[in-house]
Design a protein around this ligand. Structure first.
Ligand SMILES: Cc1cc2nc3c(=O)[nH]c(=O)nc-3n(C[C@H](O)[C@H](O)[C@H](O)COP(=O)(O)O)c2cc1C
Length: 135
C-alpha cells in the first residue's frame, strides 16, 4: 500500500519563474532519493500538491513543506492509502496553471479518500497536466 497526501496552500508572495524552477528541481532531487512521486500545481497565487510514497516518508516531507515560509494556509485535502501510485514516473512534476484552471482543478480534488477509485484522480487531473506548461 502506498500513502497519498494532497494539500492546497497559498503563496506568501508570487514566486518568480526561476524560484519555481529551483523549488521543483530541489524537490525532484529529494523526492527521488526518498521514493516520493507526485505533482505540484501553481497558479501564481496557490499551490496544490499530490505526494505519494511510504507513509513515514510522505509525512516527514509534508512536515518540512508545512514549515516552509514561502506559503501559508497549508490545508490537507486528503490522506489516503492506495494500492498503487497514481504518478509512478514523476519524481515531482510541476505545472503552471492559469487562475481559472486552478479553480477548476480544486473542484476535481477528492473530499474523502473513498470518493475516487484508484487512478481515477489521475484521469480527472490529466487535462490540467496536458494543457499547462511544465516547470
Ligand atoms: C509548495 C511547496 C512544495 C514543495 N514540495 C517539495 C517536495 O515535493 N519535495 C521537497 O523536497 N521539497 C519541497 N518543497 C521544499 C520544502 O518545503 C523545503 O524547503 C525543502 O524540503 C528543504 O527543507 P529544509 O529547509 O528543512 O532542508 C516544497 C516547498 C513548497 C513551498
Amino acid at each position: 500500500m502506498f500513502y497519498q497526501l494532497i494539500y492546497v496552500s497559498r503563496a506568501v508572495a508570487p514566486l518568480s519563474a526561476e524560484a519555481m524552477q529551483s523549488l521543483v528541481t530541489q524537490a525532484r532531487n529529494f523526492n527521488s532519493i526518498h521514493h516520493i512521486t507526485g505533482v505540484l500545481f501553481y497558479d501564481g497565487e496557490h499551490f496544490a500538491q499530490i505526494l505519494e510514497g511510504a507513509e513515514a516518508e510522505v509525512e516527514n516531507l509534508f512536515a518540512r513543506i508545512q514549515a516552509d515560509t514561502r506559503h501559508r494556509q497549508v490545508t490537507v485535502v486528503t490522506r489516503s492509502r492506495r494500492p498503487r501510485r497514481e504518478y509512478p514516473h514523476w519524481g515531482m512534476a510541476g505545472h503552471l496553471l492559469a487562475s481559472a484552471q486552478f479553480a477548476e482543478l480544486v473542484k476535481c480534488l477528492p473530499d474523502e479518500p473513498e470518493q475516487f477509485a484508484p487512478r481515477s484522480l489521475r484521469v480527472r487531473l490529466e487535462p490540467f497536466v496536458a494543457h499547462s506548461p511544465r516547470l
